[in-house]
Design a protein around this ligand. Structure first.
Ligand SMILES: NC(=O)c1ccc[n+]([C@@H]2O[C@H](COP(=O)([O-])OP(=O)(O)OC[C@H]3O[C@@H](n4cnc5c(N)ncnc54)[C@H](O)[C@@H]3O)[C@@H](O)[C@H]2O)c1
Ligand SMILES: O=C(O)C(=O)C[C@@H](O)[C@H](O)[C@H](O)COP(=O)(O)O
Ligand SMILES: [Zn+2]
Length: 390
C-alpha cells in the first residue's frame, strides 16, 4: 500500500481532501500546512506563522500512533498540546466535551488553533464537536485510525455526542480542513473494532453500488486477512461513495444523505438500549441492516434472497446479524427510542429500505404494526450462521 491516493470532497469554500497514505505520518504537518494554505478560511494563519495545535486522542492511540503526529508537528515548528480521553462510546458525552473546553481555555486557544482528532469515530465525533463550537469554530483536522473512521466517520462533517436516550442527538455539521488516513494504523486495530468497520463498508454496497457488494463477496478472505490491496480498495471506494452523497446533500436536507443511515434507525435504538459501548456501532449497524432488509421484504420491496446475501456476507465477515444471546429488548422500548431518531418527523418513523442490492429509498409511511412484526420475528429467529456474543 505504498502509493498515496486522494479523494476530493467538493463543497465550495468548505471543500477538502481525503489523503489515503501508508506509513507516512512524518509528512503529516507538511500536508496540514498545504491544506490550510489552500483553505479560504485559514490560509492567513499559515502565512502569518500561527502554528498551534490541540490534539484530541484516546488513551489507546496516545501510546500507538499519536506520538508520530506530535513528532511531525514538532519537526515543522508547531506548538501543540494533547488531551487524552478514555477509549469507547461513553466518551461521546457532554462531560468529556466540557473537559476539553477547559483544556482549550487553559491553553488560551484562539480561532487559529487547529484541533486535530487522532483516533476512531468516537474521538473524531467528540473532537469535531469541540472544534465546531469552541469560539464558534476552530480549524479541524481528522486523523482517523480505525477502519470505521477511515471509511465513514471522518468524512462528511457529522460531529456530536450521545444523549442517554438516543445516539448523536447533540451535534453539528462541521467539515474538517482535511482527512489524513494512514492505513498503517490498521496493523494495530483490535479484531472486534476492525470487523465493526466492515459493517459500514457492506452498507455502501447495499445502498449505492451492487458491484462493490459483489467485490466484497468475492474478497471475503482478503478482508478477513486485512490484505493491504483489498483494504486500500475498500477505503478508497467507501470514501468516494460517501463524498458523492455528502457533496449533493451536505446537511441532510433533501433526503439523499439519509441513505447513509441504512440500518441505523434500528441500530441506534439497540446501542442506546443495550448501554453505550456494549454493542459496537458497526455490530449494531450489521444487525440493523438485517432488520431493515426484512422490513423491506415485508413490503415486497426486496427479495428474501437479497436479504440472505447480506446475512451471508456479514456473517462471513464475523459480524452479528441478530441481537446477542441473552439480550431481550421490548418492542415498545425500541420503537420509543426510534422515535428520537433524527429522521423522524411529527412522531412518524422513517426508514431507509433497499429496493434491490445497490439501491435504497427513504420510506415515510411505514405501519408501526409491520415494524413490530419484524421485531417479534427476528428476536427469535436463527438467522446467524455463527453464534455471536458481546
Ligand atoms: N460522524 C459520522 O459520520 C459517523 C459515521 C459512523 C460512525 N460514527 C461514530 O463512530 C463511533 C465508532 O467509531 P469506532 O468504531 O472507530 O470506535 P472508537 O473510536 O471507540 O474506536 C474503537 C476502539 O478502537 C481503538 N482504536 C482505534 N484505532 C486504533 C488503532 N489504530 N490501533 C489500536 N486501537 C485503535 C480505540 O481506542 C477504541 O478502543 C460511534 O460513536 C459512531 O456513532 C460516526
Ligand atoms: O454521515 C452520515 O450521514 C451517516 O449517516 C453515517 C452513519 O454511518 C453514522 O453512523 C452517522 O453518525 C449517523 O448519523 P445520525 O445523523 O443518524 O446520528
Ligand atoms: Zn454508522
Amino acid at each position: 500500500m505504498s502509493e498515496s491516493l486522494d479523494v476530493n470532497v467538493a463543497l465550495g469554500p468548505r471543500s477538502y481532501h481525503i489523503s489515503v497514505v501508508s506509513h507516512q505520518f512524518d509528512r503529516f504537518a507538511e500536508t496540514l500546512e498545504t491544506w490550510m494554505s489552500q483553505s479560504p478560511a485559514y490560509h492567513n494563519a499559515i502565512q502569518e506563522g500561527h502554528k498551534t495545535a490541540f490534539i484530541v486522542t484516546d488513551r489507546n492511540l496516545s501510546k500507538l500512533h499519536t506520538p508520530h503526529i506530535e513528532k511531525s508537528l514538532t519537526a515543522q515548528g508547531w506548538k501543540w498540546e494533547t488531551a487524552i480521553i478514555e477509549p469507547g462510546e461513553k466518551s461521546k458525552s457532554l462531560p468529556v466535551i466540557s473537559e476539553l473546553y477547559d483544556r482549550l481555555v487553559a491553553m488560551k486557544a484562539d480561532r487559529q488553533t487547529v484541533l486535530i482528532a487522532v483516533g476512531g469515530g468516537v474521538t473524531g465525533d467528540a473532537g469535531g464537536f469541540v472544534a465546531a463550537t469552541y469560539v464558534r469554530g476552530l480549524p479541524f483536522v481528522q486523523v482517523p485510525t480505525s477502519l470505521l473512521a477511515h471509511v465513514d466517520s471522518s468524512v462528511g462533517g457529522k460531529v456530536g455526542v450521545n444523549h442517554s436516550q438516543a445516539k448523536n442527538l447533540i451535534g453539528a455539521f462541521y467539515q474538517p480542513v482535511g482527512v489524513f488516513i494512514d492505513t498503517s494504523t490498521l496493523e494495530t486495530l483490535p479484531e472486534r473494532d476492525y470487523r465493526s468497520g466492515l459493517a459500514e463498508v457492506v452498507k455502501y454496497g447495499v445502498i449505492l453500488d451492487a458491484n462493490f457488494f459483489h467485490y466484497l463477496e468475492e474478497n471475503v478472505a482478503g478482508l478477513n486477512e486485512r490484505d493491504p490491496e483489498v483494504l486500500r480498495n475498500i477505503i478508497a471506494r467507501s470514501c468516494e461513495l460517501k463524498a458523492e452523497v455528502v457533496e449533493q446533500d451536505e446537511h441532510e436536507r433533501t433526503g439523499l444523505r439519509a441513505i447513509l443511515n441504512y440500518g441505523h434507525t434500528f441500530a441506534h435504538a439497540f446501542e442506546a438500549l443495550c448501554g453505550y459501548g456494549e454493542l459496537m456501532h458497526g455490530e449494531a449497524v450489521a444487525i440493523g441492516m438485517i432488520y431493515a432488509s426484512t422490513l423491506a421484504e415485508k413490503l415486497d420491496l426486496i427479495s428474501k434472497h437479497d436479504t440472505e446475501r447480506q446475512i451471508h456476507l456479514l456473517s462471513a465477515l464475523g459480524l452479528p446479524v441478530q441481537l446477542p444471546e441473552g439480550v431481550s429488548l421490548s418492542a415498545d422500548d425500541i420503537i420509543d427510542r426510534m422515535k428520537l431518531d433524527k429522521k423522524t418527523v411529527g412522531g412518524k418513523l422513517r426508514f431507509v429500505l433497499p429496493t434491490c442490492l445497490g439501491r435504497v429509498e427513504v420510506f415515510k409511511e411505514i405501519q408501526e404494526a409491520l415494524v413490530r412484526e419484524v421485531l417479534a420475528e427476528l428476536e427469535h429467529s436463527a438467522t446467524a450462521t455463527d453464534d455471536f456474543q458481546i
